[in-house]
Ligand binder design. Structure first.
Ligand code: DOR
Ligand code: ZN
Length: 350
């Protein structure tokens, strides 16, 4: 039985760090275990220009402990007013690594998002020309579409036609939750990829709804049926370079989730690597974890590998992760995978 695994230091290719006090509290959890993270721009107000992304990057760097080797990779929030030249400038500088498409109203802080992709085609064409990836929250927002169908319908009605219109555009379909998402990515060339979260490999929709509503398992896109979770697991352990880790770790205060209208988002930065080692061991695919967490995402974004390594060690007794993290008078509730975590994370120097 394998009880030790050494992998290249991982990257988190989809992460929410927020701002202010929240940023200060959560950043060290990511920078402890990850070399880089693609940081989402859905602040209030959103990060919509290169200058705003630069200022946000500086605030993030100010909250990284000095002994953590960590680089935030910045994104800009696509609006119908985005200036392609501003993106080109940020990309040339090496600052902007992706542009996030939120269909307006799809999720937390997405009100400034795009109402119709046809209104942003000139921006997308420029992005294809300069190799800047489009990071997509792939859900339709029409009220008549059932929430469990919103990813599939987005793929069929918006993503597939867009991909045919601009076949060279680099696309990451973020946090896929369905077999449809997996199949779509597999049907494309390798300029189309997908992130998969830790929690979508572990929970299905029963976890949210059976025996009472469990708001800490609620996120968007919402977890789907078991067959979809299994499809995500197969993709994650397949070794296919188009699938890589993006935790979508998204902190909210416990109070704002345990509410009559609770926020979407699951906080997993602190225990993600332990959860993933558990999942990959369960799938008898521990040797595929490094590709998923450390190699495929870097390759897609054209990054060299992190110089450091990470050692995962299976302990006799469960590793002690906090259930909650203090934030002022409030807390953030940590993702509970529903099983004890035996894999401990040790960061090795370069
Ligand atoms: O569950 C989610 N939370 N999904 C998203 O797309 C956004 C995120 C957040 O920012 O809280
Ligand atoms: Zn997200």
């Amino acid at each position: 039985m394998t009880t030790e695994l050494i992998i290249q230091r991982p990257d988190d290719l989809h992460l929410h760090l927020r701002d202010g006090d929240m940023l200060k509290v959560v950043t060290p959890h990511t920078s402890a275990d990850f070399g880089r993270a693609i940081v989402m721009p859905n602040l209030i107000p959103p990060v919509v220009t290169t200058d705003q992304a630069r200022a946000y990057r500086d605030r993030i760097l100010a909250s990284v402990p000095s002994d953590h080797p960590f680089e935030p990779l910045m994104t800009v929030y696509l609006t119908e007013g985005t200036d392609p030249e501003d993106l080109a400038t940020g990309t040339r500088e090496g600052l902007i690594r992706g542009v996030k498409l939120y269909p307006a109203g799809a999720t937390t802080n997405s009100d400034s998002g795009v109402r119709d992709v046809n209104n942003v085609l000139p921006v997308l064409e420029k992005m294809a020309e300069i190799g800047l990836p489009l990071l997509i929250h792939g859900e339709v927002t029409s009220p008549e579409i059932d929430i469990f169908d919103r990813e599939r319908v987005f793929i069929e009605t918006i993503l597939a036609p867009l991909q045919q219109k601009i076949p060279d555009l680099k696309i990451v379909l973020e946090h896929i939750t369905t077999k449809d998402g997996v199949d779509f990515v597999k049907s494309c060339a390798d300029n189309v990829a997908a992130t998969i979260t830790t929690h979508h490999l572990i929970i299905n929709r029963n976890h949210i709804l059976v025996g009472g509503i469990r708001p800490h398992y609620y996120c968007l896109p919402v977890a789907k049926r078991e067959e979809h979770r299994l499809a995500l697991r197969s993709a994650a352990i397949s070794g296919d370079k188009r699938f890589f880790l993006g935790t979508d770790s998204a902190p909210h205060t416990t109070g704002s989730k345990e509410s009559s209208c609770g926020c979407a988002g699951i906080y997993s930065s602190i225990n993600t690597l332990s959860c993933l080692a558990h999942v990959f061991e369960e799938e008898e695919a521990l040797e595929k974890l490094e590709g998923f967490a450390s190699l495929h995402g870097a390759a897609f974004y054209g990054l060299s590998l992190n110089p450091q390594k990470t050692k995962l060690v299976k302990q006799q007794n469960p590793v002690d992760y906090p259930e909650t993290i203090a934030i002022g008078e409030e807390t953030i509730t940590v993702f509970d995978p529903g099983f004890p975590l035996y894999w401990d994370v040790k960061n090795l120097p370069a």
